[in-house]
Design a protein around this ligand. Structure first.
Ligand code: SAH
Length: 258
């Protein structure tokens, strides 16, 4: 987050966050898939402590809260998202057991073996799959669970255009079998692995963006970087997905600490 040209950088970052605060979720996923991942985790009770890393405004966190009885902490680097997160918890009457705090996933302010479950949907790419799994393990109790989603190659070979796209956007992207291997080496028993269906991308991620994009382009019509962000980033991401979705997607990985 350090940048010498900080005023321009902060300004652009503000716009990106303004854009994403319009949505229930900032990443790819669905309540059904969150519940499916939870179904592989046994023995959670009202004593359970759950951590949701890179929680955004809390779309998946509220689903976890409504399907468990434990206490949930959401941690997120962007303060505005945490304000929205805590409002969302209040609106649903969950504020007594769901709390959002500002912090970074590469420097978590927790004790060793504090949590029964660590969750992270659509955010581990910020530090990388391997690093996240390895560094977060110490915060889990023995027999605790980790559940993360990450963009993953579905096939062994891919067309050059999509290889090049992901080389720029997420150099750490790899195959399901490599990630399962990484999970095992990091000290977890792989418990479940499943791919997220297309509706998690299309209905829940791309479709809600269309009208917000129109409003944004109108509101910031004199701002070249907004135009570039929407046309060259958001719309290009969608175009790539439609063209190459058989080669990659989000995958849920659930592991148990041993
Ligand atoms: N889990 C949410 C948000 C995913 S988008 C969902 O699935 O909807 C990724 C989130 O990670 C964003 O909210 C972003 O602000 C947050 N993030 C990025 N870097 C981070 C870091 N170092 N520590 C904590 N959160 C971070």
């Amino acid at each position: 987050m350090e940048n010498k040209n900080s005023s321009i950088f902060d300004f652009e970052l503000k716009l990106i966050y303004e854009y994403f605060s319009n949505f229930e979720r900032q990443g790819v996923g669905s309540p059904e898939m969150t519940i499916k991942a939870l179904s592989f985790i046994d023995n959670h009770t009202q004593e359970s402590k759950i951590l949701d890393i890179g929680c955004g405004t809390g779309g998946q966190t509220m689903t976890i809260a409504q399907n468990t009885k434990g206490n949930i902490t959401g941690i997120e680097i962007f303060p505005n998202f945490i304000d929205i997160f805590n409002n969302n918890a209040k609106k649903r009457g969950l504020q007594n057991r769901v709390n959002g705090i500002v912090g970074s996933m590469d420097n978590l302010p927790f004790h060793n073996e504090e949590f029964d479950i660590i969750w992270c949907e659509g955010a581990i790419y910020n530090i990388g799959f391997e690093r996240g799994l390895s560094e977060w393990r110490k915060y889990l109790k023995k027999d605790g669970y980790i559940a993360v989603t990450d963009t993953t190659w579905f096939t062994e070979k891919r067309p050059t255009e999509i290889e090049d796209y992901w080389k720029v956007h997420y150099p750490g992207i790899t195959t399901i079998s490599n990630n399962v291997n990484t999970m095992q080496k990091a000290g977890y028993i792989p418990v479940a692995v499943f791919t997220l269906p297309e509706n998690c991308w299309i209905e829940n991620y791309f479709t809600p963006q269309a009208s917000v994009q129109e409003n944004f382009l109108r509101k910031y019509s004199d701002n070249k970087s907004v135009e570039e962000f929407i046309k060259n980033h958001c719309r290009y991401e969608e175009e790539m997905y439609h063209k190459y979705k058989e080669y990659y997607g989000y995958v849920f990985y659930v592991g148990k600490k041993y």
